[in-house]
Design a protein around this ligand. Sequence first.
Ligand code: BJW
Ligand code: ZN
Length: 260
Amino acid sequence: MTPGMAGVPRAAVDRARRLLGEAEHVVVLTGAGVSAESGVPTFRGPGGLWKEHRAEDLATPNAFARDPRLVWEWYGWRRRVVRQCVPNAAHVALAAAASDRDGFRIVTQNVDGLHAAAASSPEAQALELHGSLFRTRCTRCGERRDDRADVDASSVERLPRCRSCGALARPDVVWFGESLDPDVLGEAVELASDAGVCLVVGTSALVHPAAGLADLTRRAGGDVIEINVADTPLTGSATLALRGPAAAIVPEILAPAALE
Ligand code: BJW
Ligand code: ZN
């Protein structure tokens, strides 16, 4: 088999290109792996721990109720890390495809804002299923606010507060046991159900309902193409699984034919 540029067999790259080219609607589902090469730590696997804590321990309403300082300290650290990161070649190629092609949409589980940073048009904006690291929400009145600032987590009194009512603010993200925004989830379900191809990039596909979106495409007769450095629960049922780093493979399968 002839390897392509990203080390993936040429035939698999060609097949992915053909499937993507033929589909009228494409939905892309991304996870932490798409940002790994930008320097954003993933949740699971090597480097996925923060001070011995797993995401499942900290990304919950109970953890915040028990120890808001600890949870804000984690989010403050993540803000500092992500603020130093820039979109990689995968974000850029996905944003270009979403700008250039009707019916090409990005749905992300990521809260890092890197799809938005790569987007040059409104069409290229990703649907953010799990919220944003750079927004807060009031625990009392629900007011949302953009916030990229450093977090002072030295005491509970110094944690971010609501500008309107003064109550404790929380990161505007979706924690385990919390429902996703019904409008956002509804749009994602519609996109996945209508897509001829669901391109799944850099997610462990363990967290629901996001992980179930690819099945919606498959059950409606569409194809699932997975790009990941490792196998996931979706691999077995995918039409095509391309093994390797997103920043190498995504640009290769999305490059305009004229450049070949
Ligand atoms: C590369 C790479 C490179 C590395 N190139 N690849 C159905 C079945 C079972 C359970 C449930 C179910 N439905 C609901 C649940 C409960 C729960 C759930 O899913 N639990 C499972 C863990 C078992 N879900 C929920 O609670 C959801 N809410 C909900 O369903 O509400 C209704 C309800 C309530 C109560 C009960 C039942 C229903 C909400 C889930 C919210 C998840 N939130 C988080 C935190 C967000 C805020 C924050 O960022 O802090 O979202 S958890 C964390 O996981 C984050 C991520 O978006 C999410 C997914 O992680 P992701 O992106 O896949 O990252 P990793 O690290 O896991 O994987 C990285 C991948 O990249 C790996 O595969 C690598 O190999 C790969 N990779 N480098 C390509 N260079
Ligand atoms: Zn408030």
